[in-house]
Write a protein that binds this ligand. Structure first.
Ligand code: 4NP
Length: 161
């Protein structure tokens, strides 16, 4: 089982989009039982709120289903997940501030797995939810390919011993 939590600031736009996009991608590859997927925000601004409506509509246009209630990240999330995938450099600093600089080895920007590493464009400010979706899709696909490769190596390694 590989556990992944996606992290943004409010947990109402980018990280719940990433959670649902990634869950769908994992389902489509027949890997549902291999992954535990969640999302959370670095702030408490939107705790208890659903996915922001324009983000919901964007997901629906792309055939992605699901709901989420916003919550704030805790140290338990960091400790209990194999991968903490943040959306931008601000999120990265905020999570490292929470951990006191520890656990850096499992905290990554989502698009650091892509051929073109960068921040996920923040639709809260750009209002471009399609751009956020395509960044998130690219990041999820790149990360999934990476992690499948990593896991394959681990399985091969187990068989050799
Ligand atoms: P998210 O978007 O971090 O992608 O969920 C935001 C949501 C709320 C705020 C900022 C970004 N806010 O400032 O309330």
């Amino acid at each position: 089982m590989i556990s992944v939590t996606f992290v943004c600031l409010g947990n109402i736009c980018r990280s719940p989009m990433a959670e649902l996009v990634f869950k769908k991608m994992v389902d489509e590859r027949g890997l549902t039982s291999s992954f535990e997927v969640s999302s959370c925000g670095t702030s408490d601004y939107e705790v208890g709120n659903p996915i922001y409506l324009p983000a919901q509509k964007t997901l629906k246009r792309h055939g992605v289903e699901g709901a989420h209630v916003a919550r704030q990240i805790t140290m338990r999330d960091v400790k209990n997940n194999d991968y903490i995938l943040v959306m931008d450099s601000g999120n990265l600093l905020d999570v490292l501030r929470l951990t006191g600089g520890e656990y850096g080895g499992k905290i990554f920007k989502l698009l650091s797995f892509s051929q073109n590493p960068r921040d996920v464009a923040d639709p809260w400010y750009t209002r471009d939810f399609e751009k956020a979706y395509s960044d998130i899709f690219e990041g999820c696909e790149s990360f999934l390919n990476y992690v499948i490769e990593e896991k394959r190596d681990a399985l091969d390694y187990d068989k050799r011993h």
